[in-house]
Design a protein around this ligand. Structure first.
Ligand SMILES: [Zn+2]
Length: 440
């Protein structure tokens, strides 16, 4: 345990030396897109990532072989050398991550109104929810599913124009850094209450909507915070021990904020639901991993609160939507296996295909449709899988919003409105399609 004491002293030295006005910067951090085209390169890359502990933005997957990594400037040359010497097909898709973050911040400066031309923090989103509740007292009501690990309320909004409507549940921003998801969820609320489009008015009036703009409130607040420390990780070496420790990553934070080991914070809430939890390698058992499933199902107060609330309304909910980014996918069960197919696979596919067509119609944005396990990778313990397997939702979808990796989680704010508009068209088409198949 001696090395651990050394680690603690290094950590506290860094903590003491940093000033609270500093923030993590990503100057000249690059995003590499790598396409390992055979299993040898795939394994090579996986080992290399493990040894260097780069931040993985998109997980390497054998079938389509695309991986995206955030690489700090001091490692760019050696990483390039590694890729070139082993003949990898790769591109640098973002040359300076900080530039994207600066643009994102410039959009936020001086904006007092709540608009969809900038990303907003949790206080502003909650303030806007209050404003909506005051403005539309007949159609809207507030609900709170519970509190986060750090004690924040996880708030939602119900929109209901008349009694006995079938329900639709929308879960958003369960992954902290996916800011486009809460921006799209709030746009959806606004559209359902104010749109002049008869298609949107129809879906507003004929369904009850339960929308939670930010599920992972702690992670989301953290991703907005300007914390100190310029290092993303420190390397600790003592005798034969050498360990890379990720410390603060704020804007790129994904998980919850509950500590699960002395070194690492948070679990992946979208691997923490009690449905095939940890099955088939679809989540990591390592607390430092970005896809750590937690010490047990529903170990995270956020997922437990969501599940408890969902159970209280599940009787009337047919459709569960989970908003994520990025990659442009509409995904459906199963996540935990691709050896079995869900009973209504054909319907799930038809409804998703119709949504993807409508999305493409508006601005030409192409979404890929398929099961989580078949299209992306095995992922177990996800929210929409849980709702489908355990919560009685006959239709459950995960949207992975724009883009396909050029800006990734840092999607420029000018794309919020087009992303939200096409999503809304997709949802309208989805509900029409599901109605044709007699789901409503
Ligand atoms: Zn996500």
């Amino acid at each position: 345990m001696k090395w651990f004491l050394i680690l603690l002293s290094v950590l506290s030295a860094i903590l003491i030396s940093c000033s609270s006005s500093e923030k993590v910067r990503y100057d000249n951090y690059r995003i590499f897109q790598i396409r390992p085209d055979n299993s040898v390169r795939y394994n090579l890359l996986e080992n290399h990532i493990g040894n260097e502990s780069y931040q993985v933005l998109r997980y390497p997957r054998h079938e389509d072989g695309i991986s995206e990594l955030l690489v700090p400037p001091e490692k760019v040359e050696s990483f390039k050398n590694f890729l070139e010497s082993d003949g990898f097909d790769f591109d640098v898709v973002v040359g300076n991550v900080q530039k994207l973050i600066d643009e994102e911040e410039a959009d936020q400066v001086g904006r007092d109104d709540f608009s969809w031309t900038a990303y907003h923090n949790l206080d502003r989103i909650y303030g806007w929810l209050d404003h909506i509740l005051e403005t539309y007292p007949q159609e809207t009501s507030a609900f709170v599913i519970g509190k986060s690990f750090e004690g924040r309320e996880i708030r939602g909004l119900k929109i209901s124009y008349k009694p006995n409507n079938p329900g639709i549940f929308v879960e958003s921003n369960i992954h902290a850094r996916e800011w486009i998801t809460s921006a799209t969820a709030t746009y959806l609320i606004k559209a359902l209450l104010t749109s002049n489009d008869t298609n949107v008015q129809n879906i507003a009036r004929n369904f009850d909507w339960y929308i939670i703009p930010v599920v992972n409130v702690d992670g989301f607040v953290y991703s907005h915070q300007h914390v100190c420390l310029e290092l993303l990780e420190v390397t600790i070496q003592f005798q034969e021990y050498k360990i890379n420790v990720p410390i603060f990553q704020n804007r790129m934070w994904r998980k919850t904020r509950q500590p699960h080991s002395s070194l690492c914070i948070g679990a992946d809430p979208n691997r923490n639901f009690d449905s095939y939890w940890m099955a088939n390698g679809g989540a990591s058992s390592q607390p430092c991993s970005e896809t750590y499933g937690g010490p047990k199902p529903f170990s995270e107060p956020e997922t437990l609160a969501l599940a408890n609330f969902y159970r209280s309304i599940s009787r009337k909910v047919t459709l569960y939507l989970a908003f994520h980014s990025y990659g442009q996918y509409i995904l459906f069960p199963y996540g935990h296996t691709n050896k079995e197919a869900p009973k209504n696979l054909r319907d799930l596919t038809t409804v998703a295909d119709d949504a993807a067509k409508a999305i493409r119609n508006l601005y030409g944005t192409r979404y890929t449709v398929g099961t989580v396990a078949g299209t992306l990778y095995i992922a177990s313990g996800g929210g929409s899988d849980w709702a489908y397997n355990e919560g009685g939702a006959r239709l459950a979808y995960t949207f992975e919003f724009r883009d396909k990796g050029n800006t990734g989680f840092l999607l420029p704010a000018r794309q919020i409105i087009p992303n939200a508009e096409e999503t809304l068209d997709g949802i309208v088409a989805m509900l029409k399609s599901a109605k044709n198949l007699a789901y409503f």
